[in-house]
Design a protein around this ligand. Structure first.
Ligand SMILES: Cc1cc2nc3c(=O)[nH]c(=O)nc-3n(C[C@H](O)[C@H](O)[C@H](O)COP(=O)(O)OP(=O)(O)OC[C@H]3O[C@@H](n4cnc5c(N)ncnc54)[C@H](O)[C@@H]3O)c2cc1C
Length: 273
């Protein structure tokens, strides 16, 4: 907001500028976040999980593990993202590209959800970049909206509608989750890629979660509770209060539109569950 209380640039929302597609040549240069050297605790936990949870899905190795586990590391990632990646976040927010798991996304969700870093700190850093002229408004507004808008909104949905929300199934979907969600072995290229990277690194960006794995589960009529359990099991940032409204509401329409249509909180009807 500017000093007069109006939105910067004169508009509240720059979503229309956040849908640029890559041309045939693919994405412009992608800067990776710094590699984080696993510390002793991380090494011990990886060794323990590897030896005790032998039949669990997914791959775990020191070579692919790259997540902040301390507040200091979370800030190193945030600083790097703001300086080198945020300027392209807006334009390509909704894009996908083969063998590019991160594109211009921040990978800050796990640090936020484990409280290594505070949403206010992340928002402040992005706003600062706009004020200093190092990131454009459509990137900064879009990024802040995800955190201040979506993240807080789903938090409200979860705490207002639980515990009934968990069992909602408006479309009476009853099929089983396809087995390949646990292996990535499918001839569908988008699904194989999104699930494969998920099992390897515990990450998929929002469009892969919503438009690929989520949409396919919706199309084949998977029981929402099972879809929810999958998302909760496979992502490093998975915490039920963020995950459940995104899965049940946004991706499966299992809540009958509570999340998508009604910002006014209304009572839950579980009769169709
Ligand atoms: C089916 C489904 C399940 C999801 N499960 C989770 C989950 O368990 N935990 C989780 O943190 N997010 C979840 N999300 C939201 C979103 O996909 C992730 O927050 C995002 O992909 C994390 O990557 P990033 O940090 O690179 O995000 P960026 O694209 O860089 O976005 C920045 C931040 O905005 C916030 N954000 C963006 N979109 C959303 C959203 N729809 N809801 C809430 N916050 C959002 C996150 O904190 C994220 O770190 C889910 C989305 C879907 C469609």
């Amino acid at each position: 907001m500017d000093a007069e209380g109006t939105p910067m640039g004169g508009q509240w929302n720059y979503d229309a500028e956040n849908r640029t597609a890559f041309g045939k040549s693919g994405p412009p240069e992608i800067t990776d976040l710094p590699q984080i050297e696993p510390d002793t605790i991380t090494r011990d936990v990886i060794a323990e999980v590897t030896s005790t949870l032998t039949d669990h899905p997914g791959n775990l190795s020191l070579e692919t593990f790259n997540w902040p586990v301390t507040r200091q590391q979370a800030f190193i990632w945030l600083k790097h993202f703001i300086a080198h990646i945020l300027p392209r976040f807006g334009d390509y927010q909704d894009a996908m590209w083969t063998k590019e798991p991160f594109l211009y996304h921040s990978r800050i969700s796990a640090a936020l959800n484990t409280k290594l870093i505070n949403p206010r700190e992340v928002i402040h850093a992005a706003e600062q970049a706009y004020r200093e002229g190092s990131a454009p408004l459509n990137a900064v507004e879009g990024f802040i909206r995800q955190i201040l808008g979506w993240r807080e909104y789903v938090r409200g949905i979860y705490w207002h509608y639980m515990p009934d929300y968990l069992d909602m199934n408006t479309l009476s979907a009853g099929n089983k989750l396809p087995e390949f969600y646990w292996t990535g072995k499918t001839e569908y290229r988008c699904l194989a890629e999104a699930i494969g990277q998920t099992l390897d690194i515990g990450y998929a960006h929002h469009i892969q979660r919503l438009m690929v794995t989520g949409l396919f589960a919706l199309l084949v009529g998977v029981r929402p509770r099972e879809v929810h359990e999958w998302y909760l099991a496979v992502y490093v940032d998975a915490v039920e209060w963020v995950e459940l409204p995104n899965t049940l509401g946004m991706s499966q329409y299992a809540d009958g539109g509570i999340m998508l249509q009604s910002p006014i909180l209304r009572p839950v009807n579980t009769s169709s569950a």
